[in-house]
Design a protein around this ligand. Structure first.
Ligand code: CIR
Length: 255
């Protein structure tokens, strides 16, 4: 049974980092209800849920994905590209230490988990303002001994690589072709997002089910037509903070 680690959403989210979006007021109670539904979906997808606390000094802590890259063999604590987010890693490291041997990205490297897309033994890292070449090189050195390759992937238009492409099955990616060249993903099939839903490429695959934003209805239809089983969750308030469904958990495969 996979473990899903999630983190408390506090009212500090109103001060979240924003890169591509203009600030729009976030209804915190609604965002908390969305987050609770998301946590229920994680359980429905078969995960054991582990929750970490937070406080109002960490506006983006709910986006826990960015703080670590968890593999079966090791967990790599990141050094988030936004300085405001670096305080998030300590609490995550304490919890992950119960499940994995830890390694860490050190200065001057930066890496956000949202930029890290693993396809089998290939790890693709979006080259973004959040993840630099040094961070990519450190990750490569840490995981090479476990048989993983690490490649930097350029993309545009969005915050993280996984805003532009995620897996919806072990060899099938959901992509926004305007933001990332699907060829960079290698030998996997692709489904494109509906062009009217540019933010629809972020999906969370757990086992054979995909947690997916209910707001992206046209792309959801494409996925269902391709035989993908979806668990739809409301994610509109979290989207105002540039967060998607992968961002709000760390999934630890049972191995
Ligand atoms: C940030 O800019 O860091 C947050 N407001 C959103 C982080 C979203 N995380 C993700 O896509 N992995």
């Amino acid at each position: 049974m996979p473990i899903a680690i999630s983190r408390l959403l506090t009212s500090a989210i109103s001060r979240c980092e924003l890169t591509h979006l203009a600030r729009a007021p976030i209804d915190v109670e609604r965002a908390q209800r969305e987050h609770a539904e998301y946590e229920r979906a994680l359980v429905q997808a078969g995960c054991t849920l582990v929750r970490i606390g937070s406080d109002d000094t960490m506006p983006d802590a709910v986006f826990i994905e960015d703080t670590a890259v968890v593999l079966d063999e090791i967990a790599v604590i990141t050094r988030p590209g936004a300085a405001s987010r670096r305080a998030e890693i300590d609490g995550v490291a304490v919890v992950l230490a119960s499940y994995r041997t830890l390694a860490a990205i050190e200065s001057p490297g930066t890496l956000d988990g949202g930029d890290v897309l693993r396809i089998g033994k290939r790890i693709l890292v979006g080259l973004s303002p959040r993840s630099n070449d040094d961070g990519v090189a450190q990750l490569r050195a840490i995981v090479a001994g476990f048989g993983y390759t690490v490649e930097g992937v350029p993309f545009t238009g969005c915050l993280h690589l996984k805003s532009a492409a995620t897996l919806v099955a072990p060899s099938l990616a959901l992509v926004n072709p305007a933001w990332v060249d699907a060829a960079a993903l290698g030998d996997v099939g692709t489904i494109a997002v509906d062009p009217l839903e540019p933010h629809a490429a972020n999906a969370l695959l757990i086992g054979d089910v995909v947690i997916y934003p209910a707001e992206c209805a046209a792309t959801a239809r494409r996925l269902e037509e391709a035989g993908i089983r979806l668990l739809l969750v409301p994610a509109g308030e979290l989207a105002k903070a540039e967060g998607g469904v992968t961002c709000c958990s760390l999934i630890l495969d049972a191995g």
